[in-house]
Design a protein around this ligand. Structure first.
Ligand SMILES: C[S@@+](CC[C@H](N)C(=O)[O-])C[C@H]1O[C@@H](n2cnc3c(N)ncnc32)[C@H](O)[C@@H]1O
Length: 444
């Protein structure tokens, strides 16, 4: 459909102007995120001992974060102080660029996203807020295009410390929100653990199997007979399992060296295969050093193998450029959270000379931001799909018709009770001795 692309391109300028304006929903949502980061750090760093353990991680999380395991709370907190709001802003810039090119996936029931190597999930937070804001903007400015917020968001990270932090941060966001209906119902989970051997279809198959198992258990408990086929069909129709493909897959500062792209070649190809038609693989990272080699490797990998993705964005941008309000708010968050660490004054003074010059004085006006690279690859729809792939697409459509995202995502877990009542047409029933319909197979 040419018109959706054309529509995105035709309104992108107006959108960018409105989004960057003082008091826009974009800035309110960023403010909300920054307040929740500030409260998270304030509450977690409650004494000098904890401040000391976070200070010990400050330089590592700035310079060597691809070597860290993110098992401890202190390491995760130090990372969040530097990077979460900053990467959130960068992701929104990348989404603006996609929109301007007419490549932002728009889905009737809401798009799905997974962030790979997600850490505190800046890209998930940013994408959720972007779609939420865009849908509100479309309604307020009378756009013909219909936009809805995200349907589902997943995170993938091997760092065991992230689960608790993501949860607490979501709660802080709800508390910080002046308008909870805009913040949405998102309590982010640590959905998947490791990219090694990860395939989107693995959790989906497992989710269907578990759903089928609980349906079978439930039918046993209620003395209702369901054949294996019924169980399988009901499990599929429930939609209560992870999707078989995503509309947006993001890696943000995850593919940081050439060994990553070599080591994870198979998994990266699998991710490319796990995009819906029209879906986008978005890669954000630094600009210098080893990065040009990493991007060249990715280009070869992603645009040569089957399924072939098309590169639709390749840009180097100034971080938070053209948006002084975002720059200032992110700088304020960084300084405020570092201030919190002064509860261990001697330790903070010891590390201060090693910190980047622009933050040493803890002065918001001195904080500077560099440049970053964004690449986007699109799975073009309408081409030839294999039979297997068509089946996956049919299943996705069925999931959407069922309308329930699986648990673990942004949506609510599907209730087994719903499934069984949906099942009443499919389950074989026979009249009981008392004339009340009763399930066929029973313990006897
Ligand atoms: C530099 S952080 C990026 C976090 C976040 N995307 C951001 O931009 O702030 C890289 C993350 O990748 C995770 N990671 C590293 N190797 C991984 C693997 N094999 N599977 C999953 N996550 C991994 C780390 O635990 C870490 O949280």
């Amino acid at each position: 459909m040419a018109s959706r692309r054309a529509w995105e391109r035709s309104v992108a300028e107006q959108w960018a102007r409105d989004a960057a304006a003082d008091g826009s929903l974009r800035h309110r949502l960023l403010d909300e995120l920054c307040m929740s980061i500030e409260s998270l750090v304030r509450e977690a760093v409650s004494d000098g001992d904890i401040a000391t353990s976070v200070i010990a991680e400050l330089l590592l999380t700035l310079r060597h974060c691809d070597e860290l395991d993110f098992k401890t709370e202190a390491q995760c907190l130090a990372y969040v102080c530097w990077h979460l709001a900053d990467r959130y802003g960068r992701t929104q810039q990348a989404l603006d660029a996609l929109f301007a090119g007419g490549h932002l996936p728009v889905r009737g029931r809401g798009a799905s996203i997974v962030e790979v190597g997600s850490g505190p999930a800046p890209a998930v937070h940013a994408t959720g807020d972007f779609y939420r804001h865009l849908s509100r903007w479309c309604a307020d400015s009378g756009q013909p295009g219909h936009m809805v917020p995200l349907l589902r968001a997943d995170t993938l990270d091997r760092g065991l410390g992230w689960g608790r932090l993501l949860h607490t941060l979501s709660e802080q966001r709800l508390l910080a929100s002046a308008a909870p209906e805009l913040t949405g119902d998102a309590v982010l989970h640590h959905s998947y653990r490791n990219l090694r051997a990860f395939s989107v279809r693995g959790p989906q198959q497992e989710g269907i199997r578990r759903m089928a198992q609980s349906l079978e258990d439930e039918s046993d408990r209620s003395d209702e007979y369901l054949s294996d086929r019924d169980v399988h069909q009901l499990a599929l129709a429930s939609g209560a399992y992870p999707p078989s493909a995503y509309d947006v897959i993001v890696t943000c500062n995850f593919l940081t060296n050439t060994s990553f792209t070599t080591d994870f070649e198979r998994e990266i190809r699998e991710l490319a295969y796990s995009l819906t038609p029209g879906g986008i693989l978005l890669i954000l990272g630094a600009t210098r050093g080893i990065y040009p080699q990493v991007y060249a490797q990715l280009d070869r990998l992603i645009t040569s193998a089957r399924p072939k993705l098309k590169q639709v964005l390749n840009a180097e941008l100034g971080v938070h450029e053209n948006d002084s309000l975002t720059r200032r708010r992110v700088a304020t968050q960084i300084v405020k959270t570092l201030n919190q660490l002064e509860q261990a004054p001697a330790e903070f003074e010891a590390v201060r000379p090693e910190l980047p010059k622009d933050v040493q004085n803890l002065d918001v006006t001195e904080v500077r931001f560099g440049r970053f690279t964004v690449r986007a690859y699109k799975r073009e729809g309408g081409g030839a799909f294999s039979v297997r792939e068509r089946r996956r697409m049919d299943r996705r459509r069925a999931e959407q018709t069922a309308g329930r995202p699986a648990d673990g995502g942004l949506g609510y877990p599907s209730l087994l009770g719903d499934c069984l009542s949906t099942a009443s047409g499919t389950a074989r029933r026979r009249p009981s001795a008392y004339g009340v319909p009763q399930a066929g197979r029973s313990a006897g």
